[in-house]
Design a protein around this ligand. Sequence first.
Ligand SMILES: CC(C)(COP(=O)(O)OP(=O)(O)OC[C@H]1O[C@@H](n2cnc3c(N)ncnc32)[C@H](O)[C@@H]1OP(=O)(O)O)[C@@H](O)C(=O)NCCC(=O)NCCS
Length: 234
Amino acid sequence: MVTDSAMAFIRLYRDSDFEACAQICIATLPPSLAASPAAAKLSPYLWTHPYTFLSPSTCYVLDDGTGTAVGYCIGCPDVYAFVAEYSRYVTSILSRDVESPGFDVREPWTVPATTSTDENSASVVINPQALAQNAYRADWMLLESNEAVTKRWRATMHIDLLPAWQGQGWGRQLIESFVLSVQKSGQDYGEGEHIGVAGENSKVVAFYEKVGFRVVEGGEGDNNIIMVRDISKL
Ligand SMILES: CC(C)(COP(=O)(O)OP(=O)(O)OC[C@H]1O[C@@H](n2cnc3c(N)ncnc32)[C@H](O)[C@@H]1OP(=O)(O)O)[C@@H](O)C(=O)NCCC(=O)NCCS
C-alpha cells in the first residue's frame, strides 16, 4: 500500500467510517482473535462500534487524505456513563448485526480447539459465543474486573492503525486528540483514562509508556496488563 503522510490528517469519526473502522480493528487483532474468523468478525462490535456510536465526539480517525480512515483512537470519557447508555447501542447497532447468543450459561472466554468449529492448531481458541455475550454486556466487559482502577481513571480508549501507517507519529497525535476531547467533554473522567493491553500484545506497553501511560496491574507474562494515564483538568 502506498501511504502519503503529507496528505493524511486527523479528524473526528463520521458515520461513513463505520466499515473502514471495522476493517482496521480486524486487521490489527492480536493472534488469538485473528486466528478465529468468527471471533475476528465480532471484535469490532465489542471494541470499535460501541464507542463510535455512543461517543462520537471522542472518536478520531486518521484520514489518508482521500476520505478513507486508516487508523483510529476511539473511546469515551466515563465508562460508568457509557455503560448506563449502552442499551442504545444494543438496540440500534448490535441487535441489527449480531444475534443475541442467549445468557442461560455464561460462556468461557476460551474453549478447547476440538470443540470449536474453527480450524486452529492451538489447544484452546477464543470462544465466539463469549465474545457475543460480552458485546451485549458492557458491564461485564468494562466494569467487572478492575473497579479499583475504573472508578479513578474513568475514561477508556482503543487505538489501532493499519500497518502501513504505523511508526510515523500518528499514534501519539491521535491519543492527544482523544485526551483533549475528554478534557472538553464535560463528563467526569476522574483522574484520567485506563486501558487494557492483552498479554500477547505486551510489546505495545513501551509505546504507551512513551505517550504518558504507566502500568498499574500485570506485566510481562500476564494475560491482561492494565495501564493508566493521568488527564489534568483544563
Ligand atoms: C501501537 C500503535 C497504536 C502505535 O502507534 P504509532 O503511530 O505506530 O506510534 P507513534 O509513531 O506515534 O510512536 C510514538 C512513540 O512511541 C514509540 N513507539 C511506537 N511503537 C513502539 C514500540 N512497539 N516499542 C517502543 N516504542 C514504540 C515511537 O518510537 C515514538 O517515540 P518518540 O515519540 O520518542 O519518537 C500502532 O503501532 C498500532 O496500531 N499497532 C497495532 C495495533 C495495536 O497493537 N494497538 C494497541 C492495542 S492495545
